[in-house]
Write a protein that binds this ligand. Structure first.
Ligand SMILES: Nc1ncnc2c1ncn2[C@@H]1O[C@H](COP(=O)(O)OP(=O)(O)OP(=O)(O)O)[C@@H](O)[C@H]1O
Ligand SMILES: C[C@@](O)(CCOP(=O)(O)OP(=O)(O)O)CC(=O)O
Length: 422
């Protein structure tokens, strides 16, 4: 770094992943990422599923660079460029507390950035890493560049330019992405409908399916659906608007039965539009269907929804239940999907382990002695199939994006301006 200019100013932020319970599928504008329908999601606890991003600016940097999970990746994609441009345009004068450096609003347009990001869960595995990643990028950049409070409402529209679902990851709890009407997308923004403490009773399990079948990416899959599926247009126009209202109402009233019914119906309808695409797209595999069966059988046996499932563009299931049913659901999952031989319990069930304790499961021995759930006590018991799931993440609704103030959380070495070597 040249003398007199040897400063590095940086911030570190964290943003959660989210799971849609009313799905976004289909764009009316590819460039601005404007959807054909509104959607609703639950923000996942960032302790269990999040991206952490450090962004540094220095006059010594010669290009914008990005390191993702330890590897440098290209920033040539228009999606990254659009997010950076929009935040730079809203930058403000900043006096950095740590270094005392004064950066003027116009300087941000010239200063190059080093961005280092890590996900605490697998990237591009159908667990919405792009949602956490772009929300974190936009949020952390806005903090670094002193983006004014009055622009805060616009941050979700900027995250949307990175990946549609990312606009729903800035806030915690329950979030609605309004499709908006304007051509420039200014009103296609995410709004919080209830925060993360609103429905404390909700418990979430993510069943990560082992064999990752070859998939069509969300971006190209939804493009093909828009072009070829007549059903999608019926869904967007006639089904989703009503469901959005019903879901908002169910969340407001902590009405698990309605929440579960709408969540399952919307996941199934999204996958039906994939099947209605030409050529058809299959995101669910046999394991996904067995997970659906597990929930449906239990709900039928009890005569009301005990749990709900939803699947994004991949075979992994996200399951919802209430606190009082959480150990019963986990026991069912572990009964039907025990780990492969040799896999230890601590790497098979991860995240918030309270439910595992509640279920009284301390070791693989406890798993072996699990009783079959009562709805399976018939001649047609589905086989127990060890190893069909890679692992299970236990989590809950969580908070939105936030800054990590502790300097020890930084992913960039302030002297070199480069990622810490591991
Ligand atoms: N932490 C991150 N920071 C910046 N960009 C990220 C980050 N994590 C993921 N991305 C971007 O998102 C891309 C992965 O998105 P992709 O849609 O393929 O997978 P996914 O979001 O995990 O799955 P899905 O969208 O099916 O749920 C990465 O190639 C990268 O461009
Ligand atoms: C099935 C989904 O997860 C689709 C997510 O699509 P993306 O947000 O990944 O797509 P792009 O906007 O093209 O980046 C449903 C949802 O999250 O609402």
């Amino acid at each position: 770094m040249g003398s007199g200019e040897a400063w590095v100013v940086m911030r570190t932020g964290r943003a959660p992943s989210n799971i849609a319970v009313i799905k976004y599928w289909g764009k009316r504008d590819e460039k601005l990422i404007l959807p054909v329908n509104s959607s609703i999601s639950v923000t996942l606890n960032p302790d269990d599923l999040s991206a952490t991003t450090t962004i540094a600016a220095s006059p010594a940097f010669v290009a914008d660079r990005l390191w993702l999970n330890g590897k440098e990746v290209s920033m040539e994609s228009q999606r990254y460029k659009n997010c950076l441009r929009e935040i730079r345009e809203r930058a403000n004068d900043v006096v950095d507390e740590q270094t005392g450096v004064h950066i003027k609003r116009e300087d941000w347009l010239k200063l190059k950035l080093h961005i280092v990001s890590e996900n605490n869960f697998p990237t591009a595995a159908g667990l919405a890493s792009s949602a956490a990643g772009f929300a974190c990028l936009v949020y952390t950049l806005a903090q670094l560049m002193g983006v004014n409070e009055r622009y805060q409402g616009e941050l979700s529209a900027i995250a949307r330019l990175g990946s549609g679902s990312a606009c729903r990851s800035l806030d915690g709890g329950f979030v609605k992405w309004d499709m908006g009407q304007k051509e420039d997308g200014a009103d296609s923004i995410a709004v919080q409908i209830a925060n993360e403490t609103h429905w404390k009773d909700l418990v979430i399990f993510i069943a990560v399916v082992s064999s990752r079948q070859k998939e069509v990416s969300s971006t190209s899959g939804m493009q093909e659906t828009v072009q070829t599926s007549p059903f999608l247009h019926f869904r967007a126009k006639d089904v989703v608007p009503k469901r959005i209202k019903e879901m908002e109402d169910a969340v407001a009233r902590h009405d698990f039965s309605s929440f579960a019914r709408i969540t399952c119906a919307d996941s199934n309808q999204f996958h039906a539009t994939c099947l209605d695409t030409s050529p058809p797209i299959f995101y669910l595999n046999d394991t996904s269907k067995r997970l659906i069966g597990l929930v449906e059988r239990w709900n039928t046996q009890e005569g009301s929804p005990q749990a709900a499932y939803t699947f994004d563009a991949g075979p992994n299931a996200v399951l919802f239940t209430t606190e009082s049913n959480s150990s019963l659901l986990l026991q069912r999952l572990l009964f039907q999907f025990p780990p492969a031989p040799g896999v230890v319990l601590s790497s098979y069930v991860v995240g918030d382990l309270k439910t595992l304790e509640l279920a009284g499961i301390k070791s693989l021995k406890d798993l072996a002695s699990l009783e079959p759930p009562k709805e399976l006590a018939e001649p047609k018991i589905p086989l127990r199939t060890p190893g069909e799931l890679a692992y299970i993440i236990c989590t809950r609704p969580g908070r939105g994006a936030f800054l990590l103030k502790d300097l020890g959380s930084s992913l960039i070495d302030s002297t070199s301006g480069l990622p810490f070597s591991k």
